[in-house]
Write a protein that binds this ligand. Structure first.
Ligand SMILES: Cc1cc2nc3c(=O)[nH]c(=O)nc-3n(C[C@H](O)[C@H](O)[C@H](O)COP(=O)(O)OP(=O)(O)OC[C@H]3O[C@@H](n4cnc5c(N)ncnc54)[C@H](O)[C@@H]3O)c2cc1C
Length: 425
């Protein structure tokens, strides 16, 4: 169908990234009429290549497991950390904690993965418009009632629906319109990255591990993500201020300065050839004050973005899609797309997001994972729970007192050292 034909959808989804395609598919599975509007033409580049195990559940609901299992995407079994001095930690193998089908996940090229999700939405009956930029979400009072959209080569038009799902990623149309964005004061980061061919790969089940390598003085860290076709994605993350203020604006020079400061990384790139340009993105973390209102819902990055340290973006995008689709389905079935019904999933989702955020902040505060595990070997599984995205359960909260105890020890030790130094002087 062309965009000029009125289609009278139950639900409009803005954006065809993982959160948008997944929400649309899950609602179509429930029998609702869904139209999705994506401003770009797919396949298109997107960053966010490393999945974590608990993405499995929504991928399964979408009916995409067989395709993922037969795909050429790199298998990922673990994550590993390298200190600023180049010392490699023991890998966190996902299957050590949970011997399940989902203990193995994937490293994906997002152009291909997102295309797969969008094709799947079409196969489930979602009407997908590419090259259709949504200009505005329309409200009558507090009620969202439709969108104003500009399809390429066609005049602007208005499309109405009972529920509008904003899955527009960091464009966050509704957050901006309703002034809902809250920036995270502790996570103001930026990233610069590129792609390498022929870089070092571990063997066997370690070949697809994500490696997180700290730079000297713990000023930042590199991701090292092995993709298919012998490509490795390598990017540096640090505070926006550190990376971009009072420094060269030349991304290549900046990138290599950071490679020099990362003893764990240099040898891995020794025989590699760069096979792409440099890209940069500011990645301040933020969250909306609320995930839904009368007739509207936010999913994925359009609700909130969290620092990419533990590769949680696609997990959060898909999980919010799953939770939101269930709430929207129930609301539509009851003919009541009110704020109360559409927000019913928010509390549980935010609790999970907060758990991931807390472990991110602890890493930047200097948490030594090795020491935490040595001190509490029976609780290693809780850290792995966060790393695999098993976030939506209260048990994970047992971690925080253990981390607080380590920090209190450090404070006491530092105070004693300062006292001794004072006495010696
Ligand atoms: C540097 C960096 C590294 C990252 N690394 C990882 C990682 O390793 N693993 C991971 O899981 N996550 C990672 N992420 C996070 C991940 O990229 C996102 O969390 C994820 O893509 C969110 O999916 P989404 O569907 O919500 O949004 P998106 O994937 O951004 O999709 C939004 C879609 O909406 C479309 N759109 C926007 N505006 C409009 C409009 N007005 N009209 C119509 N369409 C519109 C866009 O074109 C886009 O296709 C990283 C992020 C950054 C910045």
């Amino acid at each position: 169908m062309t965009l000029n034909q009125p289609s009278d959808p139950d639900v409009i989804v803005i954006g065809g990234g993982p959160s948008g395609s997944a929400t649309a598919t899950l609602l179509a599975q429930k029998g609702f009429k869904v139209e999705l509007f994506e401003r770009d033409h797919f396949p298109r580049f997107h960053i966010g290549e490393s999945l974590i195990p608990h993405t499995y559940h929504v991928i399964k609901r979408l009916g995409l497991l067989p395709k993922m299992q037969q795909s050429h995407f790199t298998h990922k079994h673990s994550v590993q950390f390298v200190t600023e001095h180049g010392k490699l930690s023991e890998p966190f193998y996902f299957h050590d904690h949970e011997e399940e089908e989902w203990s193995q996940t994937w490293q994906v090229r997002r152009a291909e993965f997102d295309q797969m999700l969008m094709t799947n939405a079409r196969e489930h009956g979602v009407i997908v418009h590419e090259g259709a930029r949504v200009l505005e979400v329309l409200f009558e009072g507090t009620q969202a009632v439709g969108i104003r959209v500009k399809p390429e080569g066609q005049p602007e038009r208005v499309v109405k629906a009972k529920v509008i799902v904003d899955a527009s990623g960091q464009s966050s149309l509704i957050i901006d319109k309703l002034n809902l964005r809250e920036w995270d004061p502790e996570l103001k980061k930026a990233a610069v990255w590129t792609y390498w061919k022929g870089a070092y790969r571990d063997e066997g089940k370690d070949a697809g591990a994500t490696i997180v390598l700290q730079t000297k003085g713990k000023a930042g860290w590199f991701w090292y993500i092995p993709l298919h076709d012998d490509i490795i994605s390598v990017g540096v993350v640090a505070s926006n201020e550190y990376l971009f203020q009072n420094r060269t604006k030349d991304l290549e020079a900046l990138y290599f300065e950071e490679v020099e400061r990362c003893p764990g990384l240099k040898p891995r790139l020794e025989n590699a050839t760069r096979c792409d340009g440099f890209r940069a993105q500011k990645e301040y973390s933020y969250r909306a004050k609320q995930a839904a209102g009368d007739g509207w819902v936010l999913v994925g990055d359009a609700f909130g973005f969290l620092d990419p340290l533990y590769s949680s973006g696609v997990l959060l995008a898909l999980t919010s899609a799953g939770m939101a689709a269930d709430a929207i389905g129930d609301a539509l079935a009851a003919n009541d797309p009110s704020e109360t019904r559409l927000r019913s999933w928010e509390k549980g989702y935010v609790a999970g997001m907060d758990r991931m955020r807390r472990l991110v902040v602890e890493f930047y505060d200097g948490l030594n994972f090795g020491r935490l595990v040595r001190r509490n070997p029976d609780k290693k599984g809780l850290i792995t729970d966060v790393l695999i995205g098993n976030l939506f359960k209260d048990e994970v909260d047992e971690l925080w007192p253990l981390i607080d105890a380590l920090k209190a020890e450090d404070v006491a030790k530092n105070a004693a050292t300062a006292e001794l130094a004072g006495a010696a002087a």
